[in-house]
Write a protein that binds this ligand. Structure first.
Ligand code: HPA
Ligand code: ZN
Length: 362
């Protein structure tokens, strides 16, 4: 399922990544190095990985089940694996190294611009100061552009399964690192991540409105196949006035939601491989064509590549191209959609359009 080789065509495309969690890019080699550096054991529930080989083997598990929706309870969930990975991140340099490692990977895949999500609460609740996280990312934002040619503007995420007040307090703490109003310019948007089960976007409506009033963009996860997914999408479009939806693929089940997206020009940041982990090929991939046919704007992204079988944006695009039977012209249009949908400054957008237009595709 994940072994599609990246074709020269997909490799050649300049790319824009709009749905990736920076903590979901922590590769095992760096995780191991940081564990040694900080003298932190790598644990997962009752298991400690004592060798690098044991750690590597742990990544072969496919974390695709949802215990709250009737799935297995005896194996760790994706989010447990993701937050366990965070434990080795302690100092400003750790966060810097994480982001620089990701930007190096971006350069290899021709990702020119990225809007990474970051979960400040995943770190502050472990006692890590917010400044360590944010100054590490800020330095990497600068150095990633200079060293790897990867420009970025980041997205603060509320952890939706934590109390709303905690998220609001976290937002206040990070605001000096926002773009505009004399801030440091690290992030320009807010989003909603973590477990969506019985945590609808409307709970965070006031927090979103505050961010909007502060001049930031707003987006929310509406996970595919989640309980109440249609209601979550409805709230995002009609109650909150969201600008983009992360996932949101269930929109196809409801005409009024499709109409809302089209009318309000709200795009979806899709991550096909994430859905493919629990959805049959012939159920999932025709949905991409249906979105195209119904005029819903979307782009292709990667979510949490390290915890999703090491499938990155190029692998996700390859899946869309191959299993979705999309043409080269349609794949190029999806890159154009990502440039259209991103919130980068005009000069960045223009430079990627120019590179895309100059592609020599037969
Ligand atoms: N879904 C929801 N929240 C997340 C994810 C995800 O895949 N990754 C990090 N936070
Ligand atoms: Zn996500």
């Amino acid at each position: 399922m994940n072994g599609l080789p990246i074709s020269p065509f997909i490799a050649s495309l300049p790319k824009v990544e709009l749905h990736i969690h920076i903590e979901g890019t922590l590769r095992p080699a760096l995780r191991w190095k940081l564990a040694q550096r900080n003298n932190i054991p790598i644990r997962f529930r009752d298991t400690e990985y004592k060798t690098y080989e044991e750690l590597l083997a742990s990544y072969s598990v496919i974390y695709n089940h949802r215990p709250e929706l009737g799935g297995r309870k005896d194996v760790p969930t994706f989010l447990e694996a993701y937050f366990a990975g965070c434990e080795v991140l302690v100092t400003e340099d750790d966060f810097y190294d994480l982001a620089m490692d990701y930007f190096a990977r971006c350069q290899e895949m021709r990702v020119r611009y990225v809007e990474p999500f970051f979960d400040i609460q995943a770190h502050t609740r472990r006692g890590i100061p917010a400044e360590a996280v944010l100054n590490g990312y800020l330095r990497a934002q600068h150095d990633g552009a200079a060293k790897y040619g990867v420009r970025s503007s980041w997205i603060f995420c509320f952890l939706r399964d934590e109390p709303v007040e905690d998220g609001e307090a976290a937002y206040k703490a990070v605001l000096p690192w926002a773009k505009g109003n004399g801030g440091h310019g690290l992030f320009h948007a807010v989003g909603l991540a973590s477990n969506a089960y019985e945590r609808p976007p409307s709970l965070f409506k006031a927090a979103f409105m505050r961010a909007k009033a502060d001049g930031l963009h707003i987006t929310t996860h509406c996970d595919f196949g989640q309980k109440d997914t249609h209601e979550h999408i409805r709230q995002a479009i009609f109650d909150i006035g969201i600008e983009r939806i992360d996932h949101g693929l269930d929109v196809l089940d409801r005409d009024e939601l499709v109409a809302g997206l089209v009318e309000k020009s709200i795009g979806l940041t899709l991550c096909p491989h994430a859905y493919h982990r629990r959805t049959a090929t012939d159920v999932l991939f025709p949905k991409l064509r249906q979105l195209l046919d119904r005029g819903v704007q979307f782009c292709i992204n990667s979510d949490d590549p390290v915890y999703m079988s090491d499938v990155w944006i190029d692998g996700n695009m390859e899946k869309a191209y191959h299993y979705g039977n999309l043409s080269k012209t349609e794949m190029i249009q999806l890159v154009r959609n990502a440039i259209d949908m991103c919130w980068a400054d005009a000069d960045i957008k223009t430079s990627i359009y120019v590179e895309l237009d100059a592609l020599d595709v037969e």
